[in-house]
Design a protein around this ligand. Structure first.
Ligand code: COA
Length: 260
């Protein structure tokens, strides 16, 4: 499938989606959002894909934000729709049911930072820069930044990010837990693939149940969350993966998960 603003490659159970608008630093316009939505739907249903990596084309930007040319035209009602549309696509990414790793290879600003936040794991290159500079444009983050950033790094840092609009290095982002690990630019994609391969080698039912339980923890209180965890734990115990994983341990060999 060809896209105007994305490059999609699937290899060895790993899908790599590359945002491809280099002349606009991979800013997200309406068409790019629509394409992302379509590709995420396809990958969700693709049984051969276990893990998804999201990155940006070129060495300068992951995504430099929402497309300001399109954003500029909004009135109040259109602005709300603009925000809801982007949020829906990012929610789709977060709930695709497979791990999504952001390989942040440059500017991750505004909608770019929010796109990374909608992914489950964030790896960054040493030259990556994070920020929510919407206040410079007279708006607030509209694609989940006020919610996901706050839940990930806490209110204090979220206030600082969003109220100052400052940019932060990958190292600074890692210190506050926004980024999991930082790598030299030339190693980033390989490291993301390495992590994706590690996850792809596990029992995929358990991988998906883990994502579901962790996401649920943001919505419900601890005791309801524990009950949710127990239900999923029970379901895992009914799978062939569980039988194979525990049997392999007892037989002192590597498990051979049949994830077909
Ligand atoms: N929307 C639309 N176009 C964008 C964009 C965005 N979010 N970010 C960058 N671009 C475009 C620029 O307009 C420029 O296009 P042009 O060559 O047709 O003029 C091109 O991408 C290159 O960007 P430029 O600003 O010249 O690069 P730079 O190296 O000087 O600065 C940034 C890089 C990322 C600091 C700067 O582009 C920037 O601040 N972008 C906006 C970030 C932002 O506010 N994002 C939140 C949006 S809600």
């Amino acid at each position: 499938m060809d896209y105007n603003n994305l490059i999609v490659a699937v290899e060895n159970r790993i899908a790599i989606i590359t945002i491809n608008r280099p002349e606009k630093l991979n800013a997200l316009n309406h068409e790019t959002f629509s394409e992302l939505s379509e590709v995420i739907t396809n990958l969700k249903n693709d049984k051969n894909v276990y893990v998804i990596i999201l990155t940006g084309v070129g060495g300068k930007a992951f995504v430099a934000g929402a497309d300001i040319v399109e954003l500029h035209k909004n009135n109040a009602a259109q602005g709300k729709e603009f925000s809801e549309f982007g949020q829906a696509v990012f929610n789709q990414i977060e709930n695709v049911g497979k791990p999504v790793i952001a390989a942040v290879n440059g500017f991750a600003l505004g909608g770019g930072c929010e796109l990374a936040l909608a992914c489950h794991i964030r790896l960054a290159s040493e030259n990556a820069k994070f920020g929510q500079p919407e206040v410079n444009l007279g708006i607030i983050p509209g694609y989940g930044g006020t919610q996901r950033l706050t839940k990930l790094v806490g209110t204090g840092k979220a206030f600082e990010f969003i109220l100052t609009g400052n940019l932060y290095s990958a190292e600074e982002a890692m210190k506050i837990g926004l980024v999991n690990s930082v790598f030299p630019p030339e190693e980033l994609l390989e490291k993301a693939k390495e992590m994706a391969n590690t996850i792809a080698s596990k029992g995929q039912y358990a991988v998906r149940a883990s994502i579901e339980a962790i996401l649920k923890s943001r919505e419900i209180n601890t005791y309801d969350g524990l009950s949710y965890e127990s239900n999923l734990f029970g379901l895992c115990c009914d799978t062939d993966d569980f039988k194979e994983g525990t049997k392999a341990f007892l037989e002192k060999r590597k498990p051979n998960f049949d994830n077909s």
